[in-house]
Design a binder for this molecule. Structure first.
Ligand code: ADP
Length: 361
């Protein structure tokens, strides 16, 4: 055990050795303590002791509006974190900032002074890498879209012609496989393009009257081959009472396609079932499988960006971990509700309720 005195100097040394900027204030925002890294980020060599944090930390949001720190502190009961603020310097230049603000909590000594601790980190480089990556994804997905669509159309025509003829089986298999791979590629490109638009808040909805029965049928037709190749049944049931659904054909298709391709990918035996039935003011779709299932802890994370389960049965399949993230974004846009139930080694059931969108005149 170290004594109280050493304890204190040890803690001070820890704070001063930290690479992140640390500033502690009292409950009114007056600075009591800070480290060298904080001065570096503030680009200052002056003392900031006893100054108000609001005068020292000039923050802007992404739209360039000033952030009023006292307003954040006023009702702060839990940790506040942002990666979207900029720190403005007096010469007009700025850095992107990771900032965390937390109320100081004591486990003993209720009479000790109350206050806040700020952690600051310059993330300008990370941010610009993120922007470059988003830009790259956006350009690549845009450029790939047309050639892949043309290839898909041509291969699909060739497939159609071959099916009609009593031709070479080898050729038929080759063309079928090529077609499956192109369909996979175009799904991936769609996800990438939706991802970059979602990140830039550029997703727009175009509503049409969707024939749900046709939509489910076409999905079954597109993925029947792929399921069959794995020895799986791909069944579809649509309720007789279904009416047209007013929503985005493109996005509803993309959502169901993501559920369906996952179910086929993560199921080694049994079947995959897609259903649609009228529900509240819209349609309830389910995609269920008899696959590897998803553990309880993974179920909480499958909609996170780039999340893929560590399970080797997941990892033996190719994937990016963006399908369900994109699905969640699209569902939010359509006002849809997703519900997942799954049992490890038994299978998964993805349900999504998509309401009719009433257009505003
Ligand atoms: P991926 O490209 O990895 O399939 P997704 O975002 O579509 O990315 O899915 C995220 C993760 O959720 C998958 O990697 C997998 O671990 C899990 N998952 C999704 N659907 C299923 C399913 N039907 N059965 C088992 N696991 C699934």
């Amino acid at each position: 055990m170290i004594g109280k005195k050493q304890d204190l100097s040890y803690l001070k040394a820890l704070i001063h050795s930290m690479a992140d900027g640390v500033i502690a204030t009292n409950k009114n925002g007056t600075i009591d303590l800070y480290n060298g890294a904080a001065l570096n980020i503030l680009d200052s060599n002056q003392t900031i002791d006893q100054m108000n944090i609001d005068k020292v930390l000039l923050l802007l949001d992404t739209a360039g509006n000033n952030i009023h720190i006292p307003t954040i502190l006023k009702d702060l009961s839990a940790q506040f974190i942002s990666r979207d603020y900029r720190l403005q310097y007096s010469d007009g230049s700025f850095v992107n900032l990771y900032i965390s603000i937390a109320p100081v909590r004591y486990t003993y000594g209720k009479n000790l002074p109350q206050g806040f601790v700020f952690i600051l980190r310059d993330i300008t480089r990370e941010k610009s890498l993120e922007e470059e990556r988003d830009e790259f994804i956006s350009v690549i997905s845009h450029e790939l879209r047309t050639p892949v669509a043309i290839a898909e159309g041509n291969v699909s025509n060739a497939q159609f012609v071959l099916e009609k003829q009593d031709g070479d089986e080898l050729l038929k298999t080759a063309i079928n496989q090529a077609h499956q791979q192109i369909i996979f590629l175009s799904g991936l490109i769609n996800d990438l393009s939706t991802l970059s638009r979602a990140e830039n808040n550029k997703l727009k909805i175009e509503t049409t009257d969707i024939n749900v029965v046709e939509l489910v049928k076409s999905l079954q037709k597109d993925y029947h081959e792929q399921a069959h190749a794995k020895g799986l049944e791909l069944e579809a049931h649509t309720d007789d009472g279904l009416e047209l659904l007013r929503s985005s054909q493109l996005y509803v298709h993309e959502i169901l396609q993501n559920f369906l391709t996952n179910s086929i990918k993560y199921t080694d035996e049994g079947k995959v079932l897609i259903t649609a039935e009228p529900y509240k003011n819209g349609v309830l779709f389910t995609v269920s499988d008899t696959g590897i299932g998803i553990s309880k802890s993974d179920q909480e994370r499958i909609f996170n960006k780039f999340f893929r389960s560590e399970d080797y049965r997941t990892r033996k399949n190719s994937g990016t971990g963006i399908g369900l993230y994109v699905t969640k974004k699209l569902a939010a846009l359509l006002g849809a509700e997703i519900d997942v139930s799954s049992k490890l080694n038994h299978g998964s059931n993805f349900r999504i309720y998509i309401p009719n969108i009433t257009d505003v005149a």
